[in-house]
Ligand binder design. Structure first.
Ligand SMILES: *Cc1c(COP(=O)(O)O)cnc(C)c1O
Length: 421
């Protein structure tokens, strides 16, 4: 459930009319709902009730500092994958002991940043990374708390570009080698083993892969404990999917996901961490765009809008589906027609939807893309020298721009021309 509903014939974000935001900031823009973010966090928190747990928001899904602060103030930790994200988490007021550091290519500089600034744990993904982290920690006179991210070799049954838990993927250490890596880590002066980490992919719509992965983590916990390691924390990753297509399949609910965790690893006496990104932010955001032209082609009609693939790349990159609805509520009797919804960028890939059944939306009127709060703004670019679009946060009847649209001058002055040109 989200807080984007029609009221008096106009789409609202909580108590704010989308048309009011558009009048103030212009289109296209992203808008996020505080109430939806809060609700999603609380649903997860409830799903893990009774277990010692920390929800570490995977902030790569949406790393605007106002979003981070909203979740951080509710008690969320953060899962970061770069030094820049670490700095954002800190800027949002999240303490180091609630920040976990994931990613296959952490650099020595990033390790140093997190070790000196405070970190809950590093999720180590390879032996060379373990060696590097040990060296950095020893050189600073510090000890790095770690889990090893294991690759359980299970099929997450999701889009190939976002599956991460098969042995052919670049992520984690093959679970069969984990015992040796833990033995090695235990001997290092700069390393303290705290637990095990696993993350098998994103947009999972079935609980079975989670169950398989978590059962393997359970076995490994018992093996490692028998080897004498103090395994007290299990980071179970993110990846629970969300409904993009309202009329279609319903992904598992967090409460059922919580049951899988309870059933597989709930009795091990470990602190549980999870790293949801999409599920917290995805349905908490809309992308709002105006129609520039209705273009009638030969046997094909196009809705050319002012948002493009540089603003929301998911359809071009993952063949992702987004519900697209008119901002002014169509009359229930309005007929729909198939139309291609496209942006202005000079690439055929700049297509948001093909032959989508839509009520007619006239030039100058607005449409809203649902489920655009995760992997939207963060993946945007200035391709075609299109300014990054503003982000707006709504809370009840208030709204504020949380990232402004740059002017052309601001964009252009970031380039410099050497004197020898
Ligand atoms: C991307 C990622 C997540 C979040 O995935 P969602 O599908 O957004 O929940 C969590 N953990 C790690 C390590 C990731 O790479």
């Amino acid at each position: 459930m989200d807080h984007f509903l029609y009221r008096d014939g106009v789409l609202h974000a909580e108590d704010v009319a989308i048309t009011d935001i558009a009048a103030k900031v212009g289109t296209p823009f992203y808008v996020y709902s505080t109430a939806t973010l809060t609700r999603h966090f609380q649903v997860f928190d409830d799903a893990l009730k009774g277990m010692d747990h920390l929800i570490c928001y995977a902030m790569k899904a949406n790393s605007n500092i106002a979003v981070l602060k909203t979740l951080g103030d509710l008690g969320a930790g953060m899962d970061v994958v770069s030094g820049g994200e670490y700095m954002r988490a800190k800027a949002a007021g999240v303490p180091g002991d609630r920040i976990v550091f994931s990613g296959v290519g952490k650099t020595a500089d990033e390790m140093k940043l997190a070790l000196t600034g405070g970190i809950r744990q590093f999720n180590v993904e390879s032996e060379p990374e373990l060696d590097c982290l040990n060296e950095v920690a020893v050189s600073l006179g510090l000890v790095a708390p770690i889990t090893v991210r294991v690759n359980p070799d299970v099929d997450a049954k999701t889009h190939a570009k976002i599956a991460t838990g098969k042995s052919e993927n670049k992520f984690g250490i093959p679970i069969r080698q984990a015992r040796d890596v833990y033995a090695k880590a235990a001997k290092m002066d700069g390393i303290e083993i705290v637990g095990i980490d696993v993350h098998i992919g994103s947009q999972l719509t079935d609980l079975e892969p989670f169950r398989q992965a978590y059962l393997k983590v359970r076995d490994l916990t018992e093996t490692l404990r028998a080897d004498g390691h103090n395994i007290r924390r299990l980071d179970l990753g993110g990846g629970l999917g969300i409904p993009y297509e309202r009329s279609n399949s319903v992904p598992p609910l967090p409460v059922d996901y919580g049951h899988v965790i309870r059933e597989t690893v709930g009795d091990l006496g470990c602190e549980i961490e999870i790293e949801p990104g999409r599920l917290l932010a995805g349905n908490a955001g809309l992308l709002v765009s105006s129609v520039i032209y209705n273009k009638n082609g030969e046997g094909r009609d196009f809705l050319i809008i002012d948002a493009a693939m540089n603003d929301l790349i998911r359809p071009a990159m993952y063949e992702a589906y987004h519900d697209i609805i008119p901002v002014i509520e169509p009359n229930a009797a309005t007929e729909t027609n198939p139309i291609d919804i496209v942006g202005p960028v000079c690439e055929t890939g700049d297509t948001f939807a093909k032959q989508r059944e839509m009520p007619s939306v006239r030039d100058g009127e607005m449409v809203a893309f649902r489920s655009a709060g995760a992997y939207g703004a963060v993946m945007s670019s200035e391709y075609n020298t299109r300014p990054m679009i503003p982000e707006v946060l709504v809370k009840a009847d208030q709204f504020a721009v949380i990232r402004a649209r740059p002017s052309f001058e601001e964009m252009i002055k970031r380039d410099t021309v050497p004197e020898w040109v």
